[in-house]
Design a protein around this ligand. Structure first.
Ligand code: UDP
Length: 143
C-alpha cells in the first residue's frame, strides 16, 4: 500500500461542539499522521471555491453558508492508504447511513451539517491540499 496524503476539514459544527481533539485522536488511532494544520474562518470566496464542483447542486448555497458559519480546522493527513482510511473513519455523508463509531455517526446532525470533509480520490486530494497549504507548510512524517 502506498503512503498518501489527504485533505481533511473539521467543519464549523464539530469545531463548535469542541471535539477537535476527539477527532484528531481518531485519525491518529487509524494510523494517520497530521502533517499540516490550520484553523481559519472561511471567506465566501474560499467556501465557494473549495466546493465549486457542487455549484449547480441544490444544496450549494446552504453548504457555502454552513462552511462560513464559524471557524474550521483544516489538516493534511498522511499514512498508508490515507484517502480511503480517512473516508472510513469519517463514515457516510448522511449520518443516518454512517457506520457506528464513525465521526459522522457520533457528531454529524444531518447530511448537510456533517462534521468533517475528506478528499475522495488522489487527484482531488492533491488539488484540495494545494487549495489550503503551500508545500513548505507540510511537515512529512514518512520520508
Ligand atoms: N451535501 C448536502 N446535501 C446533499 C449532499 C451533500 O448538504 O444532499 C453537503 C455535505 O455537507 C457534504 C458536501 O455537501 O459533505 C459534499 O458532498 P459529497 O457528496 O462530496 O460528500 P462527502 O464527500 O463530503 O461525503
Amino acid at each position: 500500500m502506498a503512503v498518501e496524503r489527504t485533505l481533511s476539514i473539521i467543519k464549523p459544527d464539530a469545531v463548535a461542539k469542541n471535539v477537535i481533539g476527539d477527532i484528531y485522536s481518531r485519525f491518529e488511532k487509524a494510523g494517520l499522521s497530521i502533517v499540516a494544520a490550520r484553523m481559519l474562518q472561511l471567506s465566501r470566496e474560499q467556501a465557494e471555491g473549495f466546493y465549486a464542483v457542487h455549484k449547480e447542486r441544490p444544496f450549494f448555497k446552504d453548504l457555502v453558508e454552513f462552511m462560513m458559519s464559524g471557524p474550521v480546522m483544516v489538516q493534511v493527513l498522511e499514512g498508508e492508504n490515507a484517502i480511503a482510511k480517512n473516508r472510513e473513519v469519517m463514515g457516510a455523508t448522511n449520518p443516518k447511513e454512517a457506520a457506528p463509531g464513525t465521526i459522522r455517526a457520533d457528531f454529524a446532525s444531518s447530511i448537510g451539517t456533517n462534521a468533517v470533509h475528506g478528499s475522495d480520490a488522489p487527484e482531488t486530494a492533491k488539488q484540495e491540499i494545494e487549495f489550503f497549504f503551500k508545500p513548505e507548510e507540510i511537515c512529512p512524517r514518512s520520508r
